[in-house]
Write a protein that binds this ligand. Structure first.
Ligand code: PPS
Length: 373
């Protein structure tokens, strides 16, 4: 057999000594590259790991789930983390997406005399998740006296450690007489938030869009499943003990819908008149009527009216028209109005029974029967 240096070389196994040297060489090389990278100034663009870590820890504490009032923050089984929900970054109306600006607000150019400034929001849509909060904010943004951040700032629940000035910077500029607004639906169920908003301003007007808690829970589950298709069935998550019909109130999808419990916390800080409850159902069936209530509550002229809405039968939702532009109606994007899975009617009924006393208490507290039972 002929000797081949190539095949021979292929079978050479480096000694452990050579391996170690190679390993050390690689590490040195990486360090070198990193140092050169930093010297050219790119390090500042690398996320600050300390800040990120603390913000994340904070988020895990207070987040996405609802905490039972008075219970420990870890008590909520949060399978419904909204973090990567495109909506929380500020969804635009479908056809308008291309026009959306990265600044994500509805600001028009500031006045040349500098009379526009960034202000803390005087009104906040604090909830509830999957209630119809995006639709309400987009309806309100039609009003010339409202300036709103498109994305959800999550300041009072996840980013509080960044400070009030950070929050104010997120706001669009507004002129005298205009209202600044934001929406973050997890505020309504996060224990710490009422005190924090109160310490920013005791006058903040608070808007809550509420929806039948059973449909809301299914909508919430549908959203999570769209991102994590392997999660267990709705039926198995809803029960602590299915044979005993025991509902799992630690599941955030269930907990968020116990509206009366969460409201108690808000009323410890704000008078009832400072909160407005908008019906998520009526926002679909009679958007102009619901918008009249909201504009009155905010002390605004009723500018957004019937002429701004066009019901799209294929979507099953009102879409927005700008009569002054004579444009075709714009509907919310695909993350709104997802098809819900069919849930076992017995489970739905059990949930209805479960929510009944909470709903009654909520009707009593708000002085309004939302007609869910
Ligand atoms: N006009 C209009 N167009 C589309 N969708 C509308 C509209 N009005 C209300 N809704 C309902 O809003 C539900 C989503 O609620 P939110 O915007 O609060 O969701 S989120 O918490 O911000 O993710 C969404 O829930 P699902 O239908 O379950 O997707 C809609 O039913």
């Amino acid at each position: 057999m002929e000797y081949s240096p190539i095949s021979h070389n292929l079978h050479v196994v480096p000694s452990p000594h050579v391996k170690n040297k190679l390993f050390v060489f690689c590490i040195m090389l990486s360090l070198w590259v990193y140092m050169i990278y930093c010297c050219v100034g790119y390090c500042s663009t690398v996320p600050n790991l300390t800040t990120y870590g603390s913000a994340k820890a904070h988020r895990n504490d207070s987040e996405a789930g609802a905490q039972e009032p008075g219970s420990s923050p870890g008590a909520s089984r949060d399978l419904l983390n909204n973090e990567s929900d495109p909506d929380s970054r500020g969804e635009e109306w479908d056809e308008m997406r291309g026009e959306a600006k990265p600044s994500d607000d509805n600001a028009v150019s500031g006045f040349p005399d500098g009379s526009e400034s960034k202000k803390f929001p005087q009104a906040i849509i604090i909830g509830v998740k999957k209630g119809g909060t995006r639709a309400l904010l987009e309806f309100l943004r039609l009003h010339p006296d409202i300036r709103a951040v498109g994305a959800e700032p999550h300041f009072f629940d996840r980013n509080y450690d960044k400070g009030l000035e950070w929050y104010r910077e997120l706001m669009p500029t507004s002129a005298e007489g205009q209202l600044t607004m934001e929406k973050t639906p997890s505020y309504y169920v996060t224990k710490e938030v009422p005190a924090r908003i109160y310490s920013m301003s005791t006058d903040t007007k608070l808007i809550v869009v509420v929806r039948d808690p059973v449909t809301r829970a299914i909508s919430d589950y549908t959203q999570t499943r769209s991102k994590k298709p392997d999660i267990p069935s709705f039926e198995s998550l809803a029960f602590k003990n299915a044979s005993a019909g025991l509902i799992d109130t630690t599941w955030s999808a269930v907990q968020i819908g116990m509206y009366a419990k969460h409201l108690e916390r808000w009323l410890r800080y704000f008078p009832a008149g400072q909160l407005l409850f908008v019906s998520g159902e009526r926002l679909i069936s009679d958007p102009a009527g619901e918008m009249a209530r909201v504009q009155d509550f905010l002390g605004l002229k009723r500018v957004v009216t019937k002429s701004h809405f066009h019901f799209n039968p294929a979507k099953g939702f009102p879409c927005l028209k700008r009569p002054e532009w004579n444009s075709k109606p714009h509907c919310l994007g695909k993350t709104k109005g997802r098809t819900h899975p069919n849930i076992d009617p017995k489970v739905v009924q059990r949930l209805r029974d479960f929510y009944k006393p909470f709903n009654s208490e909520f009707y009593r507290m708000t002085g309004h029967d939302f007609g869910w039972d």
